[in-house]
Design a binder for this molecule. Sequence first.
Ligand code: SF4
Ligand code: SF4
Length: 352
Amino acid sequence: MSKVSIVKCDSYDREKVYQAVVKACEHSSFPEVQGKKILIKPNILSDSPSEKAITTNPEILRAMIKYVKTKGATSIVVGDSPALHKHGLKPTKSGLYQICEEEGVEWVNFLKGNFKIKLPILEKKITLTSTINDIDLLITLPKFKTHELMITTGALKNQFGLVPGFHKSPQHVKYPRRDDFAKLICGIHTQSKAAFALMDAIIGMEGSGPGNGTPRNIGILIASNDLLAVDIAQATIMGHNPMDIPVIKCGILNKISDTTKFEDMDYTDINANDIILEDYKRINPNKKSNNGDRVKPTFIPEKCILCKKCINICPASALSLVNKKIILNEDKCVMCYCCHEVCPAEAIEIRN
Ligand code: SF4
Ligand code: SF4
C-alpha cells in the first residue's frame, strides 16, 4: 500500500515550509538516504520568477535539501533541464540556483553527458542525462499544474526533465499521441532511480498550464515514495477522474508502482477526496476540434513580442516568421504545445 501524505501549508515562509516538509516526509515512507548520493530535481519548465508558479518554489527546494542533510546523505546535487536549455544554465530568475549556493550543494548540468537506453513500456531508445548514473536516488519536486498536452503535470511528468534539453522536443514528433507520450514518461520513470516525490501545491497553476496558466492558492504539499500515487492525489484534487490522465492510466496499466487500484493508497493525513477543488480551471481531457483531432495552437499577433522561442522549440518545423507575424503550417503541426509552453508573452492559445 502506498502512503501519501497531504499536509497543509499556507505560505512559503521558510520555517513553515520546513515544518510542513518534515511532516510530509515522515508520514509517507521517506527512503533511506544515509550514505547515499541524492539528486533533487525541481521543475524548471522555464526559469521564471517564483510568483508565476511555473517552477517549484525555491523554499521547497531549500527545505528538502535541509531534510536530506539531516538524514545523512553523503552528497546532494540539484538539477533539471528545461526544453530551451543552454549550456551553463543557472536558474537565478526562479531563485533555485541561489538556494543551491546558500545550502552549499552543486547545481548539475544535465547537458554535460548523456547516454541512450531502450525504455521498457515504450520499447524504444531515448537519450537521458548521465547524471542519473552518478547518483543512488532521485527525489523529485514537481509543481501542481495543468498541462495542455498531458492534462496535468506532476511527479511522473517531471521525469521528462531527465531528457537533456534539445533531445526533448523531437520526442513530440515521434510520439504525438497522448497515450504514446505517456508510455515514454512511464518508461523514463522506470530508469530514473526515483524514490520520493514532494509536490509543491502551496501555490499551483490552473488554466492554461504548464507555462501560461494562472497561479492558484491551494495550500498543501503532497508527498509519497510512490510518484504515481502523488499524481493520482493531484488529479483527484483538481477534480479529474484520475484514469482520464494519460500518464496515470499508463502507469496503472503497466504496474509501474504498488498502486494498481486507487484503494491501494493510504492517505496518512488529509484524504484527497475530501479537498476536491470543484471550481479548479482544469484542462478538458476530451478537448477536440471539429474534425476530432486535438486543437492546434492559435497565435495572437497583438501580444507577440517576436522572440522566436516558439520557432526554435517547434519539433515539427511548423512555424515561421513572415512579415513580423508567426505563421503556423497546420499540416506540419503535431499539436505538442511546446510553443505554448515556452511563449513568454501569452501570445499562443489552445482554444476549443
Ligand atoms: S506549432 Fe506548436 S504545437 Fe504545433 S508542432 Fe510546433 S510546437 Fe508543437
Ligand atoms: S514565443 Fe510567443 S512571443 Fe515569442 S515569437 Fe512565439 S508567439 Fe511571439
